[in-house]
Ligand binder design. Structure first.
Ligand code: ZN
Length: 147
């Protein structure tokens, strides 16, 4: 089990230090800024959506390793997803963070499972969910309540 934990930690450290898709996206048609006042994490999510499919996802910002790693892994996960799949992934990731184990689809989450340990640190959950809430806001144009 500790090997698995180490692997997960490495993935978070790696994505936190070298976030993927970490540039503004020129042809983005959904752009949204997000801010987590509890930690000071700030980011902007860029989505390029065509005919209901997310073709590309990028972000820029500054914050703690968890917020950067979560955003980085999220952008990788979103490419090629339909809007309803993105919504479902959002719900799934939120369940992972709130510890609703029965509703978690681990197969759908894939690498995002690496962030499961964050659920044990309530003060850091908003760091991990910031990019996700920002992504949903970018897609729907609505400000979702942060729980
Ligand atoms: Zn943070």
């Amino acid at each position: 089990m500790s090997d698995v934990c180490d692997l997960y930690q490495e993935l978070i450290i790696d994505h936190g230090r070298r976030p993927r898709n970490f540039t503004p996206l020129e042809n983005a048609n959904h752009i949204q800024e997000g801010y987590n006042p509890l930690c000071g994490d700030r980011l902007t999510v860029y989505l390029q959506e065509e005919n209901g499919i997310i073709q590309n996802a990028h972000f820029v910002g500054a914050g703690c390793a968890i917020s950067m790693a979560s955003a980085s892994l999220m952008t990788e996960s979103l490419k090629g997803k339909s809007l309803s799949e993105a919504r479902s992934l959002f719900d799934n990731f939120r369940s992972l963070m709130t510890g609703e184990k029965l509703t978690i689809d681990t197969q759908q989450l894939g690498k995002l499972i690496a962030l499961s340990g964050v659920a044990e640190y309530p003060s850091r959950i908003k760091c991990a969910t910031l990019s996700w809430h920002t992504m949903m806001q970018a897609l729907t144009g609505e400000k979702l309540l942060h729980e």
